[in-house]
Design a protein around this ligand. Structure first.
Ligand code: GLP
Length: 265
């Protein structure tokens, strides 16, 4: 695993955008795994900006999102389909038929999840999977105790996640946060050819330190990234606060030729 500490969230988002952009330039028919959450919004806007300027082409790109709430239709402003359309897909030249999220409205959720796995396989697997981390330690919606070999499935959300994402739902408008979601499993995530995790802000300092430097445990599903042979984690200074090997991460980023093109971001 490589950990890169950037001075600010803005720089961290810029670096993540540059890495994704380069991967797409190298492989125009890239299969991208995508994540939602406040952390990703600016990153998506940056990618959209590059697309608008003609620097990036999504016409052959396929995407698979990590997760979706059960019971929210695509038009619901709290659904992850809505989020993705709003923050990325409607702003870039991607063919919407190549964008995939689990259907949380499917009648047969088990079939929907198996079908999602099949579609990913048919696409040749995910090349680059973008990840955030929830305060419960989840990647996707893999809550504590999710098996490291879990696949796409329906899950129940923990109180920590209900508290983290609950404020997006406005009871005055009759909105209620679902207690269930469909998510790629930890094992599904680990099948991606490479992982890129982006984590910013003070409130994530404890959980990201556990995921990167703590023992691997299903109690922090984010710690499963330690098993992946090609994983980069980008954090800002605030999120990096509790890491013990900060000096090592800084010197590795400063000296590894792999990062030459990215140091001046
Ligand atoms: C949701 C998503 C996760 C994401 C997390 C972080 O719960 N299911 O995939 O990592 O949000 O959200 P935020 O970036 O808002 O902290």
């Amino acid at each position: 695993m490589e950990v890169i500490i950037m001075p600010t969230a803005e720089k961290a988002e810029q670096l993540a955008a540059a890495i994704i952009a380069d991967a797409l330039r190298q492989k125009p028919n890239l299969t991208l795994g995508l994540a939602t959450g406040a952390t990703m919004e600016n990153l998506y806007h940056k990618l959209a900006e590059m697309n608008k300027k003609g620097e990036l082409d999504f016409s052959l790109c396929k995407t698979f999102n990590l997760d979706e709430y059960v019971g929210l239709p695509a038009e619901d402003r709290n659904s992850y389909r809505y989020y993705m359309n709003y923050h990325l897909f409607d702003r870039i030249n991607i063919d919407k038929r190549n964008t995939h999220l689990e259907d949380g409205m499917a009648e047969d959720l088990e079939f929907e999840c198996a079908e999602y796995e099949r579609l990913m396989e048919e696409a040749g697997g995910v090349d680059l999977q973008l990840l955030g981390i929830g305060l419960s330690g989840h990647i996707g919606f893999n809550e504590p105790t999710s098996s490291f070999s879990s696949r796409t499935r329906a899950v129940n959300l923990t109180p920590v996640t209900m508290a983290q994402n609950g404020p997006y739902f406005d009871p005055a408008k009759g909105e209620k946060m679902p207690t269930r979601a469909l998510t790629m499993g930890v094992g599904t995530v680990l099948d991606a050819k490479s992982l890129l995790m982006l984590v910013t802000g003070t409130r994530k300092a404890d959980i990201i330190a556990k995921a990167i430097e703590g023992p691997m445990t299903s109690m922090v599903s984010g710690s499963a990234i330690q098993l992946h042979p090609d994983c980069t984690v980008i954090v800002d200074e605030e999120a990096a606060a509790k890491l013990t090997l900060k000096d090592y991460y800084r010197s590795a980023f400063a000296n590894d030729p792999k990062w030459d093109a990215y140091r001046n971001i």
